[in-house]
Design a binder for this molecule. Structure first.
Ligand code: DAH
Length: 336
């Protein structure tokens, strides 16, 4: 008897009905006078006295369950909700695996947001470029090594098409079309003919910033650099400028920040110098302004460029550059 009740209970809990007719049939089958539950009730008479209490309770439970199940099915049919039969509304919401932003996208956005607060707007240019925008307009000498096939990917032999090696090409694109004031930040992917290893890749990402107006000075550049470094790496960050050379800026500098891992004390990451290099910058060479149709006698400007991978490494200590392009979910989902 106990077994029979248990089996019937299981059956009742799984009942389904898609129409009112099916529901009525179920009611007759289980709850009518000759239904399955009622006939068990009839058998109750033959149960031994000492078992009556337990079996009685089980039978009552079965009966209420059957009634509740049929009421539930009726409610669903009345609401036109037949599919929701198996829905468990008490369950926590479905654990959707939403993707995470790529670490390079996170850092790119952070850089762009900092410059946006200073009034810079985003500009983009093509990845397939020509010699003028990547090299000539930016004052590269004819025999500059970057023009060599060893360093640059050319799209077709003899054609003036190449993959841009830096986002400085966007400077030219924008200045050719816009008279000062120009205040832009240009994020994008760049390509160089490098052997792929843990510390170099044949493509990577840069952000370029350019400000051209009347009376823009090196002091303005320095203020922006200090602001950027502190916003990006924390208020305690110090910067250091070292003289450098780029064809498109004069004077040029490279900027180091105090190592954000050891706080400038010296560690393996900063090779015990306390400083790490993060970007190149300088005052836009008047030749570049003139090449783009902006009068270099009247206007001046500063530019700076940095690698997003480099900044990301400083923030997250990713040891192998290749991780950024391998799409390994285990790596990617660590960044939120
Ligand atoms: N284009 C340079 C590079 O790819 C980076 C750079 C240096 C950009 C100095 C600049 C700059 O605008 O002023 O290495």
């Amino acid at each position: 008897m106990i077994n029979k009740i248990a089996l019937l209970l299981e059956e009742v809990n799984q009942l389904k009905a898609e129409t009112q007719e099916e529901l009525e049939a179920l009611r007759i089958r289980y709850l009518s006078k000759k239904g399955a539950v009622s006939s068990l009730m009839d058998d109750f008479r033959h149960v031994a006295a000492e078992q009556k209490r337990e079996i009685g309770q089980r039978l009552n439970h079965l009966k209420t369950q059957a009634q509740e199940r049929l009421n539930h099915l009726k409610e669903q049919l009345d609401n036109g909700d037949t599919a929701g039969d198996t829905a468990d509304l008490t369950r926590t919401s479905h654990p959707y695996h939403v993707g995470t932003r790529h670490p390079l996208s996170i850092v790119k956005k952070e850089i762009c947001d900092i410059f946006a607060r200073l009034g810079f707007s985003i500009a983009e240019g093509p990845e397939i470029e020509d010699d003028w925008h990547v090299f000539s307009s930016l004052n590269f000498a004819d025999d500059h090594p970057a023009r060599d096939m060893q360093d640059t990917f050319f799209v077709a032999h003899g054609a003036d098409l190449l993959l841009r090696t830096h986002t400085s090409s966007v400077q030219t694109r924008v200045m050719e079309k816009t008279q000062p004031p120009v205040r832009i930040i240009c994020p994008g992917r760049v390509y160089r003919n490098e052997a792929i290893s843990y510390r170099a890749h044949c493509f990577f990402h840069q952000v370029e910033a350019l400000y051209v107006d009347r009376e823009v000075s090196f002091a303005d550049l320095k203020q922006v650099l200090i602001y950027f470094a502190k916003e990006m790496f924390g208020a305690g960050t110090k910067i250091r400028l070292r003289p450098s050379f780029f064809p498109f800026t004069e004077p040029s500098a490279e900027m180091d920040i105090s190592c954000n891992l050891c706080g400038g004390q010296g560690c393996p990451f900063c090779k015990h110098t306390g400083w790490v290099e993060i970007l190149g910058c300088g005052m836009v060479d008047p030749n570049v302004l003139n090449n783009c149709g902006i009068d270099g006698e009247i206007y001046s400007g500063y530019a700076l460029g940095m690698g997003i991978e480099r900044i990301t490494n400083l923030k997250y200590q990713v040891k192998d550059l290749r991780m950024f392009s391998e799409n390994d979910i285990r790596f990617l989902k660590q960044f939120t």
